[in-house]
Design a protein around this ligand. Structure first.
Ligand code: TYD
Length: 141
């Protein structure tokens, strides 16, 4: 499945917390065109429920606990973001569901493209058709 988990570089200061950083093109394998963040969610909220055609994203959770469930049309993987140093890079063509396990958890996302609703697949059956199309294309070329 087209995802990767990385540990961000982190500088810890004795008793004064930690500083983590992510550098474009060094840690993120794409040029960042957009950053967005989801905040103020109660515990138990489910978001996502879509896939992207082209978009690659890096997700991290600087505070809280969020589960990301990825689905390539054949199998599912569950990734827990509960450590500010952990970042998840998701390639295109994966269905994602996200569950807030802790109130006010913050999800930050760096994205490879500007916002474009046409890049979304929000219907699961349409997603399965898309996966089949991509596989057929990959076999031919
Ligand atoms: P969406 O990506 O569906 O969020 P989630 O999967 O977390 O529920 O986006 C929610 C709404 O926000 C939707 O109407 C599209 C809009 N939106 C933007 O206008 N710009 C953006 O950069 C993003 C990510 C979403």
């Amino acid at each position: 499945m087209d995802y990767n988990i990385i540990t961000t570089k982190t500088i810890s200061a004795n008793g004064m917390g930690s500083l983590s950083f992510i550098e474009g093109m060094r840690d993120v394998p794409f040029e960042i065109k957009r950053i967005y963040y989801i905040h103020g969610c109660p515990k138990g909220v489910h978001r996502g429920g879509h896939a992207h055609i082209k978009l690659t994203q890096m997700l991290f959770c600087p505070y809280g606990k969020i589960e990301i469930i990825l689905d390539d049309g054949t199998e599912k993987s569950s990734i827990i973001l509960d450590d500010p140093r952990k970042a998840l890079i998701i390639g295109p063509g994966l269905w994602r569901d996200m569950i807030w396990h802790k109130k006010d958890s913050v999800l930050c996302v760096a994205a490879s493209e500007y916002y474009d609703e046409k890049d979304y697949i929000r219907d699961y059956d349409a997603f399965l058709c898309h996966v089949r199309e991509v596989k057929r294309y990959d076999r031919v070329y």
